[in-house]
Design a protein around this ligand. Structure first.
Ligand SMILES: [Fe+2]
Ligand SMILES: [Fe+2]
Length: 318
């Protein structure tokens, strides 16, 4: 994967820096880069986080211990977290966590891309959505893997069980990321991770950077697990609609099969994520209950924002 195209002054400066040798420990930016827009901040953060996944071919070294990178990432993640928290209001906690959680997810009412794909989308719109989804789905489950070493006991064992399934249970062709890649290739799309990064809107970058933020920070483990459970608990029906919509558009069956897989798998995963992972985690760390709901809210809210972006654009061109 190559570094993305800059989206402003900050990303231009940071990407230029990543193409240069790492500075010595303790050095600071000669002049700290200033962002022109949220889009500029998000593409910068996305790239800095990506250094901790598979990295880029066109950086000079991996910049893992780069003091500029660490300071910049910390600042951008703090701004992102503050923005996500500003959209959230604490819930009134009830006795039964699992029931309250499922009700909370079910009550969230946002625009749905899956129902648009099912009923109205044309092939180009469906392919555009696949491109946007590929930023996450070609590394599906990776942001959650960061959380495993932050956990202990039953929550850890249950999360590994869920992740094992996401990673294909020992069969590389069954890894969800690989099933998605096969669907992209069959649809004539490029399945190289990050290939479409320059085409995706800020909303998609915010979804991806939030998942990495929650996954990588120990103090946000509750938000990461709530995000996971919110994702799994809101996936089964939309996956069914996506599969039917892609078949209506006569797109290759390989793509629809990715969604078929999620109809069944996520009906199991939602139970595992809510009742085994989150409930066990909260048994050990009850103070994190609001963060679990905050993580679920963020998952649903960011998906609604992404959906609104595409629906507005597609309806404007209809
Ligand atoms: Fe999956
Ligand atoms: Fe899943």
């Amino acid at each position: 994967m190559l570094l993305p195209k800059p989206r402003g002054t900050m990303s231009a400066a940071v990407f230029e820096h990543l193409r240069s040798p790492e500075p010595a420990p303790g050095e600071r930016w000669p002049t700290s880069p200033v962002a022109d827009s949220t889009d500029d901040e998000l593409i910068t953060l996305w790239a800095l986080q990506e250094l901790s996944y598979r990295g880029f071919e066109d950086t000079d070294g991996d910049h893992k211990g780069d003091p500029f990178v660490l300071a910049e990432r910390h600042q951008l993640e703090s701004a992102l977290e503050a923005r996500l928290r500003s959209r959230w209001t604490d819930v009134e906690l009830e006795d039964d966590f699992a029931e309250q959680f499922f009700d909370f997810v079910a009550a969230h009412d946002g625009p749905s891309l899956a129902s648009f794909i099912l009923r109205k989308a044309d092939r180009d719109q469906a392919l555009e959505l696949m491109q946007a989804r590929s930023i996450y789905q070609l590394k599906e489950a990776d942001p959650t893997t960061w959380v495993i070493p932050h956990l202990a006991g039953r929550a850890k064992a249950a999360l590994v069980e869920l992740q094992y399934d996401e990673y294909g249970a020992g069969d590389p062709d069954a890894m969800h990321s690989q099933v998605f890649a096969a669907g992209m290739e069959a649809s004539g799309l490029n399945a190289e991770p990050g290939h479409y990064i320059n085409d995706v809107p800020a909303e998609v970058l915010e979804q991806n950077t939030a998942m990495s933020l929650f996954g990588m920070q120990r103090r946000l483990a509750g938000a990461a697990l709530g995000h996971l459970a919110g994702f799994e608990a809101s996936s089964s029906l939309p996956s069914q609609q996506m599969a039917a919509g892609l078949r209506r558009l006569e797109l290759p069956d390989e793509m629809a099969k990715y969604y078929d897989e999620h109809v069944e798998a996520d009906a199991v995963h939602e139970q595992l994520a809510v009742r085994s992972v989150c409930a066990a985690f909260l048994g050990d760390e009850p103070h994190a209950t609001q963060d679990v709901f905050f993580g679920a809210f963020t998952c649903l809210d960011l998906e609604a924002r992404t959906a609104q972006h595409f629906l507005d654009r597609w309806e404007a061109t209809a």
